[in-house]
Design a binder for this molecule. Sequence first.
Ligand SMILES: [Zn+2]
Length: 256
Amino acid sequence: MSAHGSIIDCHVHPTAARGDGPAACAAEMLRYADRMGIEWQGLSLGPVFIQQPTEDEIVADNDFIAEMIELHPDRFFGYANLNPNLLFHSLREIDERIANGPFVGIKLWVALCCNHANVDAICERAAELRAPILQHTFFRAGGNLAGESSPADVAALASRHPEVTFIAAHAGLNWERGIRAVADQPNVCVDTCGFDPEAGFTEMAVQWLGAERVLYGSDAAGRSFASQLAKVHGADISDDDKRLILSGNMRRVLAL
Ligand SMILES: [Zn+2]
């Protein structure tokens, strides 16, 4: 247990011990989470990241995570991986994984920029199910990948779906720009992961967005829990704000 209570990590991938199947992966991720006081891990994607996954690859990813949740329903929750280019399949996965459980949210990576009409259809279903959307966002130096979303794309999408909570993952990587890009859109949060543990990120996010819109996420196992936790523990913000970022906000987003 950390000094700020139990922790919810909103952004984790099942990539530890990934060749050995869901049970081994779960055991390895929990071994490190236990050391760091992380009670819950929000899982998405699969053991290998696929930029343009097929229907079968989407199903395999979501099955992998479903098995981890089934083994440890008190430690893992899931965001259904979707490829919005495969819209009918995406809507079917939402029904099978979220409406029927146990997944609670949606993960969108780089298959299609989120400011696209296909994603509007996904958001309409997410609103009905009160499912948050974890959207990868980069402002990449030299320009984004073809299907990659920026925080500005998430802000545009979120303005059309005010009832859905969006998590702009990585705060855009170039976070000074990313935080500004989502600041005026109140249903967009940012998470803390996917870039080096630079000083000043959490303070700027709290100042511009309010602590209620900043979520602790690690991007483990690609990043360590500890290096991303340091952004929160080491920030010059109040203990109350740290508690919100480490777990309170995610409890609200997931209506726990
Ligand atoms: Zn990630």
